[in-house]
Design a protein around this ligand. Sequence first.
Ligand code: PLP
Length: 352
Amino acid sequence: MSNYWSPIVRTIHPYVPGEQPKGLDFIKLNTNENPYPPSPTVLQAIKEALNDIRKYPDPEGYALRKAIGEYYGVSHNNVFVGNGSDEILALSFMAFFMGGRKVLFPDITYTFYEVYSHLFGVDAIVIPLMEDFCIDVQSYCKNIGGVIIANPNAPTGILLTHEEIERIVSTNQDNVVIIDEAYIDFGGESAVGLIDKYDNLLVIQTFSKSRSLAGLRVGFAIGDVALIEGLMRVKDSFNSYPLDRLALAGAEASIKDREYFETTRQKIISTRQWAYEKLLRLGFSVTKSMSNFLFVSHDALNAQTICDALRQRKILVRYFKRPRIDNHIRITVGKMDEMEILIDALKDILNR
Ligand SMILES: Cc1ncc(COP(=O)(O)O)c(C=O)c1O
């Protein structure tokens, strides 16, 4: 605490990211990174972009927005790009919620929503997930404030159907509904198809998970042109160049390489299914995850003990010391050989 801190800095509770260990000898299943490298075309594009590094990047990110638009069949005017989807979430709080509106989100979800609510002074209406960790859709259909839902949700991995998402969007016509689709490519259907019908829907995605570019920091949002314009206004009042030349070029190459994307995401989906079955056989309760992670608990051993024992074996997973989920572990789906080592380690830990 310092006297120089503003009143808001004294009271916020910053987000705590998952550990990035210094050594390379860990199997890292703790931050939902993709175990596969990005498409080789990404590295080539980044190398070429280095030639122009002396110049500022395109503040509008036109070429990348166009490529994302082509991928989803929308105009570049419906696309916004930012420095990771975290930044777009923050800009959205400023553009759509700050200054008097409320925002609704679940008690168990991506914790940045709570952090941004504090930082931007937005009243949060926190709605508990149901007993089985599913989202109580009806509670969001009240048109009393903005809504943010991660679909699939994190850290549960549970997916809402397209119809459920449409119900939430259609019943909140006076408020912006943000669907955070950080993990949608691992088994869900994007809500992007609804943006023509609903001008209050903003879909946010990231290149960090299904496109193996967490280190490049690129996210995007798709929505009605007026929502995109609102985000642009905030961006240009804060940082005109959130994406550097390398990020713009790398992300553009990534979204254009559909074949590589399909292959790696299918590998993750099938490894997830393999690990899901193995974990069930070891006696774990496992949610039906449609993301690149599994959310598990075990009756015989508490989560913290399992995490510590895995760490001793150089395997990192994520543990959240939070109400309702403090006996659960979130395990990122890695490569097949990493998951085999994990399953063997868990067997060993449970046998002791
Ligand atoms: C639900 C959800 N949304 C957004 C993000 C942020 O992703 P990024 O800022 O890397 O695009 C994450 C990262 O873990 C996430 O889990």
